[in-house]
Design a protein around this ligand. Structure first.
Ligand code: KET
Length: 456
């Protein structure tokens, strides 16, 4: 191996290890203090082959994931009235997971296609899927696509696409700091830290108004170092449900471009916020229209209900097709040692739907139906709290956008609702409106009412 490559690999590996150990010590500090020192120091036999104790005996129990751990706890609860409002996953009015009709149709077509094979995909994934995904987010008329200056690779849903983008930037971009909103999806800081980037926060949410802290956001981005990466939720900000208006987006764009900040869009909810794929991509398209560069990670988990298929894409919009070609060549070097190449099934489903106008139209109808059901849950919950006279202003339930309501309930109130009412949600007070139905709204409203009355 070339010496410079070897030393680069060594230094980024060291950086990752040191951030990882920082993470682990941070998380386990309180647990370690409860364990006597003797239990942590190696005994005579620990680590020896054939000894009675495990070579892993000193490993500490890690905490459950703050979002996926809620489902684990929910599954263990035998109560017939339990409701899972933790993870952002769509449920029907009957509380059942939904496989879209259009997805079933696409799968039928794939199964019946005699030339369908299960060969390895290229490192960058299914080429047709990548093209269609770029068109979906940037728009079919996008000059960046026409000029062939977008590098798109298939990713393991949104998470995997963010991670590949993060590692690419840590390896090749001159500014290794990424600014993420405060608060943000709980996995963002971990993904980017372990990618080798330094994570900083910019102000985003104002608990007092339950709206955007636009002033704080502009101030923090203004003082970011030139070239810093900025993670932006394309729409339906998670967990707050608060998005900038188009005018505010325009101001953010101008500020970021004037300071040379690099936008990295996380688009996990395209179509889920407004019910329209184009409307929900406006923020991204605004940044591409100015001819500047940006990254975008897409997920098909929510908008096509393909959660477990792990289908997504990472696009890097460049200034020229020559640069885009070289960027793609380096993305391959990030992907190959990580998971070699992506899975074929989910991407084939998406490509089948996106390239066939009949299926595409059917998809948009089903997507709108999901978005509308979520919006109707907002109205029903708001009305149920109003009917109960629950103290406080609950109008944010109607105003917030996308899958989640950031209720403003604190962690003690959440714990009370879980214990007394078997309602499962993240401890920051976020509820997934998509997990709610007309049948469960009264139960949730009773729980919120009781929590607000009893606990401050
Ligand atoms: N970005 C955001 C903002 C996001 O909320 C999620 C998932 C993802 C990316 C990644 O999704 P993927 O399945 O990798 O395409 N959020 C929900 C699920 C989770 O936490 O994994 C959630 O917040 O409940």
């Amino acid at each position: 191996m070339d010496d410079t490559i070897a030393s680069h690999l060594a230094s980024s590996a060291e950086r990752r290890l040191s951030t990882l150990s920082h993470h682990l010590t941070g998380h386990s500090a309180s647990m370690a203090s409860e364990i006597p020192n003797s239990a942590l120091s190696p005994s005579a036999t620990a680590g020896s082959y054939g000894g009675a104790s495990s070579v892993f005996a000193n490993i500490l129990q890690a905490p459950d994931d703050s979002i996926l751990g809620v489902t684990v706890a929910y599954n263990k609860d035998p109560s017939p009235v339990k409701v899972n409002l933790g993870v952002g996953a769509y449920r029907t009015e009957e509380g059942k997971p939904l496989v879209l009709n259009v997805v079933r149709k696409a799968e039928q077509l794939l199964v019946n296609n005699p030339s369908g094979v299960k060969e390895y995909l290229p490192i960058t994934g299914l080429a047709e899927f990548n093209k269609l995904s770029a068109k979906l987010i940037f728009g079919s008329e996008s000059p960046a696509i026409r000029e062939n200056r977008v590098a798109t690779v298939q990713g393991l849903s949104g998470t995997g696409s963010l991670r590949v983008g993060g590692e690419f930037l840590a390896k090749h971009y001159f500014e290794r700091t990424i600014y993420i909103p405060q608060p943000t999806w709980g996995n963002h800081p971990k993904i980017f830290t372990l990618s080798g980037l330094a994570v900083k926060y910019y102000r985003y949410y104002d608990p007092a108004t339950r709206g955007l802290n636009f002033h704080g956001l502009l101030e923090d981005l203004s003082s970011a170092p030139p070239g810093a990466i900025v993670l932006l939720h394309a729409c339906a900000h998670n967990p707050t449900g608060v998005d900038p208006t188009l005018e505010q987006w325009e101001q953010i764009r101008q500020l970021m471009r004037s300071k040379g900040l690099l936008p990295f869009f996380d688009s996990a909810y395209q179509g889920f916020a407004s019910g329209s794929l184009d409307v929900d991509a406006q923020s991204v398209r605004m940044f591409v229209a100015d001819g500047g560069e940006c990254l975008a990670a897409q997920s098909y988990a929510k908008n096509m209900g393909l959660y477990g298929e792990r289908v997504g894409a990472l696009s890097i919009v460049c200034k020229s097709s020559d640069v885009a070609g070289r960027v793609e060549s380096q993305l391959k070097l990030v992907i190959r040692p990580m998971y070699s190449n992506p899975p074929i099934h989910g991407a084939s489903i998406v490509a089948t739907i996106l390239k066939n106008s009949e299926l595409y139209n059917e998809w948009t109808v089903e997507l709108k139906m999901m978005a509308d059901r979520i919006i109707s849950m907002r109205r029903q919950l708001f009305d149920a709290l109003s009917k109960r006279g629950t103290p406080g202003d609950w109008s944010h339930i109607l105003k917030q956008i996308g899958m989640f309501t950031f209720t403003g309930l604190n962690s003690d109130q959440v714990a009370f609702m879980t214990k007394e009412f078997h309602i499962y949600m993240t401890s920051d007070g976020r509820i997934s409106m998509a997990g709610l139905s007309s049948r469960t709204v009264p139960h949730l409203a009773d729980a919120i009412h009781a929590a607000v009355a009893r606990i401050n």
